[in-house]
Design a protein around this ligand. Structure first.
Ligand code: NAD
Length: 325
């Protein structure tokens, strides 16, 4: 990268980082994590007692991809009224050889694109190849990124969706139409009975999907649960599925598996890092009848991986501002 400090805006990130490059960056870093070439540092997240904000850091080092840095930011609930998105973050990248600051990269678009890449990687490696129906639970900001990325992984013929706030569903319907996929708003039982792949991406604190609604052979990517107390699917669905995750430590503490883990129904040893499947060290799905569940908790290394791609491409394309330090 450049000798100076690169500054890469939100707008430039959206221009240079596409779904394919985010997919590759996230797949590579999950693989590196499973080989112990990359690790995440403990996450800090605090209510700062001002503006109702939650603020924190996600950080890590990827020796294989040479990414060292931190994503700093959080959630400001009053931002919507100011015309800003509630989630705000910035990624700081450092030169792992010298510790010098290399780049400041806008983190808002990248968070959405790396989260969508994560479920997408799980679908690529774990969903049945003949999956035809994509079920979406959730219709907020992240959901459209999720739908676009998932739609590229299998030859889906239809999208069905449910959201606790049904008035939000048309935004997903519009994306499905853009992708040329029929779209139907359905009840949860029907979603479970029809979908081959389900993505959950809500802020729920209670299970939205029951075990008995899900048909054999389904792949579920649980993407909304990233905090202690959150939950999107029933704990007995988690414990009866083959569970994969980005990082086991987060899965059992802040991810979807936290509840099944707390009751003793799943153990650390029963959860497989998806990087093992990516690296060929675990077979992944064992049969067409198995329910696979990916607990996508969101790790700092994903942010660093896509921020590094953004900084490199922005520099190559002359789109980064360069500041001499
Ligand atoms: P958003 O505010 O735009 O949308 C929220 C979604 O959750 C909507 O579908 C809404 O109907 C639903 N919802 C809101 N309150 C609810 C409640 N009490 N019970 C059930 N559902 C509720 O949010 P977003 O940006 O789309 O993010 C969705 C979730 O994804 C959040 O929980 C966020 O923390 C999480 N997230 C996870 C990752 C990750 O890496 N795993 C990354 C980014 C965001």
């Amino acid at each position: 990268m450049s000798d100076g400090l690169l500054i890469v805006s939100e707008e430039v990130c959206a221009k240079v980082v596409d779904r394919a490059s985010a997919f590759t960056a996230v797949e590579n870093v999950f693989g590196a994590m499973a080989r112990n070439d990359a690790y995440n540092f403990p996450v800090i997240r605090e209510a700062i007692g001002y503006a109702d904000a939650l603020y924190g850091f996600k950080s890590g080092f990827d020796r294989a991809g040479k990414s060292l840095g931190v994503k700093s930011g959080g959630y400001w609930p009053g931002n919507m009224d100011k015309g800003l998105t509630n989630h705000q973050s910035t990624v700081f990248l450092f030169d792992p050889d010298t510790g010098q600051l290399q780049a400041l990269v806008g983190g808002n678009y990248l968070t959405a694109v790396r989260t969508a890449a994560s479920s997408s990687v799980s679908i690529a490696h774990l969903a049945r190849k003949d999956s035809k129906v994509l079920g979406m639970v959730g219709a907020g900001h992240q959901s459209t990124f999720q739908l676009r990325a998932a739609a590229e992984q299998r030859d889906f013929e239809k999208v069905i969706a449910w959201n606790p706030h049904p008035e939000m569903l048309p935004r997903l319907g519009a994306v499905a139409a853009e992708l040329g996929l029929p779209f139907e708003a359905v009840e949860r039982e029907q979603l479970g009975a029809e979908a081959d792949v389900i993505i959950t991406i809500t802020s729920a604190f209670e299970p939205l999907l029951k075990k008995e609604w899900i048909k054999p052979g389904t792949h579920i990517a649980c993407m909304g649960t990233d905090t202690k107390g959150k939950q999107e699917v029933a704990a007995d669905l988690v414990s009866s599925a083959s569970v994969f995750t980005d990082e086991v430590a987060q899965s059992i503490s802040i991810g979807e598996a936290q509840h099944a883990f707390a009751s003793g129904a799943v153990t650390e040893a029963s959860i497989t890092p998806i990087g093992k499947v990516i690296n060929g060290d675990h077979p992944g799905r064992a049969s067409d009848q198995e329910i696979t569940l990916f607990d996508g908790t969101g790790v700092g290394l994903q942010d660093l991986a896509v921020a590094k791609v953004a900084a490199q491409l922005a520099q190559e394309q002359g789109l980064a501002s360069v500041v001499t330090l």
